[in-house]
Design a protein around this ligand. Structure first.
Ligand SMILES: Cc1cc2nc3c(=O)[nH]c(=O)nc-3n(C[C@H](O)[C@H](O)[C@H](O)COP(=O)(O)OP(=O)(O)OC[C@H]3O[C@@H](n4cnc5c(N)ncnc54)[C@H](O)[C@@H]3O)c2cc1C
Ligand code: SF4
Length: 528
């Protein structure tokens, strides 16, 4: 597999949160109170046993620590770097109650994961042999594995259910499918991931800001998943190009279950004159280009349009790529801006200039290139159907901002109408409707998770969804095997639902997170 290596990006995008050295990691690990019923583990969507992995760092068992993390979250490396920890695990650390700095869970997780990959990044032949067992020294009393679900060994002999299933197809190769595939392999099921990009990993490879996660690190995780026996195929499911496409009917025929993890679509358009001009590039393409093209050149004076996390990522990147001025325009105010507050604060430090209450009406052209953006001032009116105050144009208040690059960042569109229609899956607002505890769609052959279900949240949410769906498929397949093929899925899934009640609590944590920080989906949907 090819890797993406752009040497100048290493200099331009040094790590946002530098790695801990051994001494600091041990000191930080020893600050942890190792809470029983730790709130950090509950707030983590994948329920990593945080106290257990931290305790192992403190005792020098770094591989054991990494395996504890991977047991719950196969993308432990990327999550350690990209998770918005302030609103997840670290946000719920008990240290807050004592007015002390929360334990640096993300950086400790990264410390263990970096060690794991530096030592070769291999999982044990029989994962269970090296897996942490309940009650083992270094663990938390009463702790369970990921979400209360013990995974089977990676190389375990296939169960009778696993050997009787034709396998599972995962559509899309992003975090949701990677987590789903890894969990299925741990239970012995054959899995194939179909992804339409040159390299798998989804937005972890092509979208997340370079100073948080490099594409090469995303690909290391892909290799870890591959090492479990997952097959990867580059193909567009249901795509228009016949040579690169695989027909959905063929996938349906070949596989027992299908997991949909296709994420979201292209960025929404501004819908104003001038969008097609040279010098206009949407935020997703902009981020992908600078991460993958060594000769990509940024403008000198850049205008970014939008107030979400992706807009901020693009603005910061433009600055680091050498733009002299980066101006971000948002049609509401700082208060309504849906980006996470820490992302906004960081952007100010990067030198991005923010402009509120302005809406673009035209991109102005000279010789086929964008040379400025014309805006109209807005004022905030009554709340609209979403509850947010509407931005209303102020008549006659036009102004222009000169620039040589425009980056619209209005949120991603919903994907794959064709696929959804073809397999008879219920959609709501463009997202796939699933039974929350199992990830099962209205067509029982299909499961789904990640951005295409939640409308766009975080990597760790996609991982949790993928894992949950995999376990539900395993339960159903086992039941079908036990009953000689007569699946009484409901009964077995009920058992799963009980376990997933824990998940509901976790989602409550998610709800709190939304209230305090906003999700990426809200962030990007702000131009609606
Ligand atoms: C710019 C940006 C920055 C982000 N930064 C962060 C961050 O800092 N922290 C964080 O936690 N989250 C971040 N996120 C969110 C995070 O990346 C997503 O929530 C996560 O990647 C969702 O995973 P997924 O597997 O559902 O979808 P994706 O990662 O989108 O993967 C879906 C994959 O399916 C493929 N696909 C689509 N259609 C087909 C088809 N028909 N056939 C085959 N393959 C198909 C796609 O090409 C893609 O590879 C960011 C998102 C964006 C856009
Ligand atoms: S995966 Fe993310 S939320 Fe969970 S413990 Fe690790 S850093 Fe925190």
């Amino acid at each position: 597999m090819s890797t993406l290596h752009i040497p100048q990006n290493l200099e331009r995008f040094p790590d946002l949160h530098p790695a801990l050295d051994s001494q600091s990691a041990i000191a930080e690990a020893n600050r942890c109170l190792f809470c029983f019923d730790a709130p950090c583990a509950a707030a983590c969507p994948t329920h990593i046993d945080v106290p257990r992995f931290i305790k192992k760092i403190g005792s020098g068992n770094l591989r054991g620590s990494a395996l504890t993390i991977l047991d719950a979250n196969i993308l432990g490396l990327s999550c350690s770097r990209v998770c918005p920890v302030d609103v997840l695990c670290e946000g719920s650390c008990v240290m807050h109650r004592y007015n002390k700095k929360p334990i640096e869970i993300g950086r400790l997780q990264r410390f263990a994961m970096d060690h794991f990959y530096a030592k070769g990044g291999t999982l044990p032949q029989n994962v269970r042999q090296e897996r942490p067992q309940a009650g083992e020294a270094g663990g938390t009393a009463g702790a369970t594995t990921a979400g209360g679900t013990a995974s089977a060994p990676a190389s375990a002999p296939a169960s009778s259910a696993a050997s009787s299933t034709a396998g599972v197809a995962c559509l899309g190769g992003g975090p949701a499918s990677l987590a789903c595939a890894a969990e299925l392999r741990r239970h012995g099921y054959p899995v194939t991931i179909f992804d339409n990009r040159p390299l798998p990993g989804g937005l972890n490879t092509y979208g997340v800001a370079e100073y948080k996660l490099r594409a090469s690190d995303s690909l290391r995780e892909v290799e870890l998943v591959r090492s479990l026996g997952v097959e990867f195929r580059q193909a567009e499911i249901g795509g228009a190009e016949v040579t690169k496409s695989v027909r959905l009917e063929d996938v349906e025929r070949e596989y027992s279950f299908i997991f949909i993890g296709v994420g979201l679509g292209a960025m929404e358009r501004l819908g104003i004159p001038g969008e097609q001009l040279r010098g206009v590039i949407d935020a997703l393409r902009f981020i992908e280009r600078y991460k993958t093209s060594p000769d990509f050149a940024v403008g000198r004076r850049v205008v970014v349009i939008g107030g979400g996390n992706t807009a901020i990522d693009a603005a910061n990147a433009a600055k680091r790529l050498g733009a002299e001025e980066v101006h971000l325009f948002y049609r509401r105010t700082e208060k309504e801006m849906p980006a996470f507050p820490f992302e906004y604060d960081h952007s100010k430090v990067e030198g991005v200039r923010f402009h509120w209450l302005a809406q673009p009406v035209e991109i102005v052209e000279e010789d086929g290139r964008a040379v400025s953006v014309k805006f109209v001032e807005t004022r905030l009116g009554q709340p609209d159907s979403s509850g947010r105050r509407k931005a209303e144009p102020v008549e006659g208040s036009y102004f222009e901002c000169a620039c040589d690059m425009v980056i619209p960042a209005l949120g991603q569109s919903r994907l794959m109408e064709v696929l959804h229609t073809a397999c008879g899956i219920e959609l709501k607002g463009g997202s796939i409707v699933v039974d929350r505890p199992t990830g099962r769609t209205s067509n029982p052959k299909y499961y789904a998770g990640g951005d295409c279900v939640n409308g766009g949240r975080e990597v760790v949410d996609a991982v949790a969804d993928g894992k949950r769906a995999a376990l539900a498929m395993v339960r159903r397949a086992s039941l079908a095997a036990d009953t000689g093929g007569k699946t009484a899925g409901a009964t077995r899934d009920d058992a799963g639902a009980t376990r997933d009640d824990a998940g509901a609590t976790r989602d409550d944590a998610g709800a709190t997170r939304d209230a305090s920080g906003g999700t990426r989906a809200e962030a990007e949907a702000n131009h609606g």
